[in-house]
Design a protein around this ligand. Sequence first.
Ligand code: ADP
Ligand code: MG
Length: 382
Amino acid sequence: MRKESGSFVRWARVWTRGITPRVALGLAGITLCGMVVWGRSEGWGSAAAALPGPDARRSVAWVGRTMGTYARVTLVTADSAAAAPQALLAHAALHRVDSLMTNWTTTSEVARLNREAAKSPTTVDPEVARVLEASLRIWRESGGAFDITVEPLVRAWGFLGGPRRVPSQAVVDSAMRHVGGQRIHYDAASRRLRYDDDGVRIDLGGIAKGYAVDVAADSLVAHGVADALVDLSGNMMALGHPPGADHWRIGIRDPRDRIPFLGRVRLSGQAISTSGQYEQFVAADGKTYGHIMDPRTGRPADGLLSVTVVAPTAMEADGWDTPLFVLGPSQGRRAAHRLGHVAAILVQPGRGDVDTVWVEESLRDRFTLEPTARLRFRVRYF
Ligand code: ADP
Ligand code: MG
């Protein structure tokens, strides 16, 4: 992914030679979507319908790909050409975080740590250190439900490098011998990291997207952007508001995919993130196994259909959606209540056709069930 930052420099050069922003964005693989029309494809990354404000500003989205998924930067602007460089910089920030934290290349900082930290203590890049520190805090606060040492398990189930499969109990047991946050030792003062043995690996896939969204949003703010929505595969930061409304309205996807959204949350100045087993899973014996691992059992967690978290930062929202999913309906609700800065919506499968949407009290005024969802979901507050 270093390749990508190199190509960014190239786009920047092309830019200074006077090629229009639209062409430069094309070179970057980023598409200017123009006036955003909210339809099904906008999915859970949607915002409110863009009404022209008195200043004629519109919501305009630039869509690209990073971290193996889509990324969408929506800016509220009266001049999409002038706004393009800001969107491009936000996309570049997402790419940069990916190149540091991905488990899909051998050149990332995380890959280097996974090669070296069992041999001797190794100094961690400052940004990766921030995510590592947050991960270890969430590991402690979630009683081990969030655990970045799940990598050997994620690999055993084929979610890293594939093919996806249901591993034998022996394979699960041997992966589990290297799983557990207590097997990594990190000293924040010196930023040194050491692993217990050379089977230990970390995987920041449960939190890095959130961090990337924060960095992209910070880049927008640093360039004077007040109203924007950054969306990296359902990990979002909502800055300000869209034209003609005082909040962004974020759709929460139906985890069974029968309707586009089950409901919406109004959001301004906050982040939101959704985790579910519907995106990446392996189907076998009439069951589906998702990519969120229960580090206590070595098997995919299966008590919930999805978890949505609202938090002050996207890293916090992404970091918490995974462990609440692992903890399941009862413990997950208790943990969400305990956490003052995090509010959650948990979707629990029902026995019949009707699933339960558990909405935390603090979100009561901001959550609305879609009319089309009324037959399929019942809402309960906690
Ligand atoms: P998404 O990647 O769909 O946004 P998540 O935020 O839930 O969803 O992250 C899922 C990823 O987190 C998995 O693909 C894996 O890399 C990692 N992961 C799986 N189980 C755990 C866990 N218990 N704790 C920490 N990370 C996990
Ligand atoms: Mg997560």
